[in-house]
Design a protein around this ligand. Sequence first.
Ligand code: ASP
Length: 585
Amino acid sequence: MYRTKTCGELRIENLNESVVLSGWVQKARKMGGMIFVDLRDRYGITQLVFNQEVNAELCEKAAKLGREWVIQVQGTVMERSNKNKHIPTGDIEINVSELNILNSSEVPPFTIEEDTDGGDDLRMKFRYLDLRRSNVRANLELRHKMSFETRRYLDERGFLEVETPVLIGSTPEGARDFVVPSRMNPGEFYALPQSPQTFKQLLMVSGFDRYFQIVKCFRDEDLRADRQPEFTQIDCEMSFIEQEDILQMFEGLTKHLFKAIKGLDIPDFPRMTYADAMKYYGSDKPDIRFEMKLVEIKDLTEGKNFIVFDSSEYVGAICAEGCASYTRKQLDELTDFVKRPQIGAKGLVYVRYEADGTLKSSVDKFYSQEDLKKWADRCGATPGDLILIICGETEKAQKQLCELRLEMGSRLGLRDKNTYKCLWVVDFPLLEYDEELNRYFAKHHPFTSPKPEHIALLDTAPGAVSANAYDMVINGVEVGGGSIRIYDSQLQQKMFRILGFTEEKAQAQFGFLMNAFKYGAPPHGGLAFGLDRFVSLFAGLDSIRDCIAFPKNNSGRDVMIDAPAPIEPEQLDELNLLIKKEIAN
Ligand code: ASP
């Protein structure tokens, strides 16, 4: 038997027990005639003691142990004289009587500690060693628990987990597809699912009624901290339901996860319309852990010959409480922040509401104390506050103010990772107009149903049509989203037409779905959670990478297995593929 106990379970109650442990050498240190070894496994760390005076030969053997060697020991549980309060096994140690070296190890390229000395690239190259670190392992344990509790909750409510295929055709979630050449069908390609969207709808047509799947999805997009080319969704769909049923069911799932995993009781989620989210937060995923709402002051700024405001469609402000004392340098920093290309504001105007009640602004030339007072009043500012103003084209300026709001929220410590504020954003527009391409795109996806009372508007004012679509947002992160679907073949066809599909193209790409709708499709709807984002939110991580066992880097590479990689000419041949000359060389 390799072990009778794990390295995480022995306590003072186990005193004098004879045990066998197996694990990795975290570190070994010599002190006088003693050698102390920290033995680690998935469950924890236990201290081993080798005593020169008791067994010199064994001690000599232990002296050879290096970091990450794999060993098995037999020994007796003893009380430690020097207790370690930081670990659960800290009251005891093992007086070793037998040492069996199961495997040696090269010196690892970085320390296997919570605070490792290994940089990102190195840790990714040796991810299997990185995964030995307790904090990384804890993220995966959390992920397991969240998947498990999700399955429990949904199973208890009659949901069936059904697998859908991975080699499919294009699914229109708005990203680029990853494609796979078909050897048996020369010149033809599969696309990997951006989501199982069409399949789960077909399962509803098949009568499955309540479906879910914890499933890999693939999107070829530029990568960021919260994006990976392959990621996992908790994908769900229900029949004979209205939007309210979906919101209740999945608000329930989220509350269940918070309770089961964090022991937190989350109150009912507030609901906010998309229009309000944009107006008050400049974002469709508002972080409502703090107020600091956007306030429009355009009307109060007009007619004072300040051309910058006068010529702007929108002038908006936020009020940073207690920040009137910001120095010139701090204000310059904020100006630089909003002017960064990623944010793109032209500038930042500020008004300091001084403690003595006077107002000082960067536009004093144009505005009197009375003018500024009106702005301050509208913003709900009081002496000691700082008002920050951005102007421009409405949507752009709102988004810039959103970034500034988040930055100020962080600076003021208002975005505590252990505080969770959940909400639903509802009533999304059905369509989004692309000025450059001169056409409409589906804001969610083309299967999303317009609100029934807006169907008539589809012909006259498509931009004004709202959808039965919703997103779940927690702490400014979109953790999930979905919609009530179109289930009428005619309406679906019309939707494709509005989105610029020709009849032929719609038929070729989605004929199967429109046909299925001709055979008694039930009313249905659903949503999908991004599991990676959900887990990283629970874990308080900045990047979803840290809760994925084997993630890709920002160039979409797995640096451990070195993928993607060129393939052999014979393989290319078999697939009827030619590589462009300039790339091949
Ligand atoms: N398929 C959608 C997505 O991936 C979710 C849904 O509408 O259920 O965002």
